[in-house]
Design a protein. Structure first.
Length: 137
């Protein structure tokens, strides 16, 4: 690689080692069950490797960064997770925690951390609907 500066030219040899292949999630999209603050659904994260060599999983990050998604590596072993050549491997779980984004103000912006202080009120002219549709035109 050559670098050109006003007063100097540098040549630095660089060696790259690449491998042909790809990593893909199986299935391609993770679909979580319905979630709300306080319920944290999860899905297993399965990866298919088309590389010819074993690969070690060191970490999983989310792009773009979203703190509501949490990667949990398998607990069964303290060994690193290895992706088998040409195979599918469960590398852990992905959790979705909706409350991480909104902290204690998850419901209509009202604090949920103060017992007895969260109440809603409406004026007298608000229609109360009980489910009986006989009187609606």
């Amino acid at each position: 690689m050559r670098f050109f500066f006003v007063l100097q030219h540098l040549y630095i040899p660089i060696t790259l080692r690449t491998a042909e292949g790809s990593l893909n999630a199986v299935p391609e999209k993770l679909v979580f069950e319905r979630a709300y603050p306080g319920k944290v659904p999860f899905q297993e994260l399965r990866i298919h490797s088309s590389f010819d060599n074993y690969m070690e999983v060191r970490d999983v990050t989310f792009q773009p960064n979203d703190t509501r998604f949490i990667y949990e590596p398998p607990k069964a072993t303290a060994k690193p997770v290895l992706l088998r050549p040409g195979g599918d491997v469960v590398i852990g779980r992905v959790h979705f925690d909706a409350k991480r984004e909104c902290k204690d103000d998850c419901y209509l912006g009202l604090p949920t951390s103060i017992p007895g202080k969260c109440a809603l009120s409406a004026s007298d002219n608000v229609l109360h609907f009980s489910g009986d549709t006989r009187f609606l035109t």
